[in-house]
Unconditional design. Structure first.
Ligand code: URA
Length: 487
């Protein structure tokens, strides 16, 4: 007699286990079972009986190695309809040969391992390539931040991967919709559903941020096309806003490497430092009276050793009466070469986030806690080095003068160095994040540095941190406009 088992088949191990156990205890051989997915059972097999109620319900359940359970949990998420039958065959054979899984050349074992591997691989890709979009809360309401994402997995992995997203994005509400079921989290309940979801329209200006972000972290000198394609297979590209940049970045990589090599500065000979120190006369630090005069003074600054290797002083830029002043750490490679703050990768990300919040860069005064680029030469590259607390302390004089002249209503400290320079204290950034009044009546807004986001190796963490950074800038914009923030 043939038996027919109809399963929802969405990767639910429990559902399959109950059916497989009943069949095994009833002694039903694998070739006598048809495994169907709900919806496929009409037609040919409609009249086929399912296994009889289990007369041996209290019999001892078959004892299988733990490895089989782990394997079966993964294989059941695979999209291949034959997976149920394969697993039942393995279970049947395991009940006769407990060492079956150790036979690496066995065709059933090989197939099961291959499908499990494919599921695990997709699990990892999903943790990396889900792109959440924030759904703004209705104006005037407060509550947890809400996010939505769309993903198109090959396999039924949504329930398997949902706990990862719950752990990772615990403090926000989210929904991940896929054609193979959805998952949602509201701070209390993690729900998963089986039904296919419709693709929501998620395109917005965050897509531009991801493109800026990706272009910023892309290093043409390290390009390995084959590896890149393995890391980010083409099938995921259609839902990744940054993916449309990839062909262009690959095509221009060689030219960019040549251009970078040509642009790399020739390092000054060793005696250059001593010569310059001898040549340069310490300026008396009189108050300059105007930003232009201050800029000229700063161009000749030799108050700490960093200036010796830097190309030039990178002074602040922006309107002399700006209402917002943003303070970063110190110029980077591109800023050092061009003499302008925030024109490199961190600056491009900052521009995108400001634009996203409706802030016009031209109306903001941008500057740094330290005015020279401190770096360590490595071959042709110049590796950023954090300024020492002494160097930050010396450079504070310039920042204090800028603040006194510009008189901003709000000062934004991006990162720990800016915060130390502005407060004169070493305080934990996480304790001060957000807006507060300073003793002199100015408002201070503390956030992270965009370079911190560019360095995060973990995709999910980046989504979270980029979201927080964007929310900070929306709050800054709202505070300047005198309205409550929707962040
Ligand atoms: N990082 C900074 O802190 N400032 C810049 O100007 C550029 C990068």
């Amino acid at each position: 007699m043939r038996h027919c088992v109809v399963l929802k088949g969405r990767g639910d191990f429990e559902e399959w286990r109950v059916a497989a156990r009943a069949l095994l205890l009833a002694g039903v051989e694998p070739q006598q079972v048809d495994w169907l997915m709900a919806g496929d059972e009409d037609g040919l097999f409609a009249a086929t009986p399912t296994p009889p109620p289990d007369p041996l319900a209290n019999a001892k359940p078959p004892h299988v190695p733990a490895e089989f359970v782990t394997l079966a949990e993964a294989v059941l998420c695979h999209a291949e309809p034959m997976r149920f039958g394969l697993l039942y065959r393995l279970l049947w054979r395991l009940s006769r040969d407990r060492n079956l899984l150790e036979i690496r050349s066995d065709a059933d074992v090989v197939q099961a391992r291959r499908w499990a591997q494919s599921v695990r691989r997709e699990y990892h890709k999903m943790t990396a390539f889900v792109r959440f979009k924030e759904i703004p809360l209705p104006p005037g309401t407060a509550g947890r931040r809400r996010f939505i994402a769309w993903f198109e997995p090959d396999h039924f992995i949504i329930a398997r991967v949902a706990p990862f997203f719950q752990r990772r994005f615990n403090d926000m509400d989210w929904l991940i919709a896929t054609p193979k079921g959805s998952a949602s989290w509201d701070g209390e309940q993690l729900l998963t559903t089986d039904g296919p979801a419709d693709k929501p329209d998620l395109s917005d200006e965050t897509d531009d941020l991801w493109r800026i972000y990706y272009a910023s972290i892309f290093n043409p000198a390290r390009l390995k096309v084959k590896m890149m394609m393995t890391e980010m297979p083409k099938k995921y590209w259609k839902n990744l806003p940054e993916a449309e940049l990839i062909p262009g970045l690959i095509a221009s990589a060689e030219a960019r490497v040549i251009e970078m090599a040509e642009r790399a500065p020739t390092l000054p000979p060793a005696f250059h430092h001593r010569l310059r120190v001898a040549e340069l006369v310490e300026e008396p630090l009189a108050e300059a009276g105007s930003l232009d005069a201050l800029r000229q003074q700063a161009a000749r600054c030799t108050r700490c050793p960093i200036h010796c290797h830097a190309t030039q002083t990178v002074f602040g830029e922006g309107p002399a009466d700006a209402r917002v002043m943003i303070v970063g750490e110190q110029p980077g490679d591109e800023e050092d070469l061009t003499g302008r703050p925030f024109v490199g990768p961190a600056g491009r990300l900052l521009n995108g986030v400001m634009a996203n919040a409706g802030l016009d860069r031209q109306s903001i005064y941008l500057t740094n806690a330290v005015k020279h680029f401190k770096y360590q030469p490595r071959g042709k590259r110049r590796i950023h080095q954090r300024a020492s607390s002494g160097e930050v302390e010396i450079c504070r004089w310039w920042l204090a003068q800028e603040i006194a002249l510009v008189k901003p209503r709000l000062i934004v400290a991006m990162g720990a160095t800016a915060l130390t320079s502005l407060t004169g204290e070493r305080v934990a950034l996480s304790d001060m994040r957000g807006e507060q009044a300073m003793a002199d009546g100015t408002n201070l807004f503390v956030t992270v540095h965009p370079a911190y986001l560019l360095r995060l190796p973990d995709e999910a963490k980046r989504v979270e941190e980029l979201g927080r950074f964007k929310a900070d800038f929306r709050q800054i914009a709202a505070s300047m406009a005198g309205r409550p923030s929707s962040a």
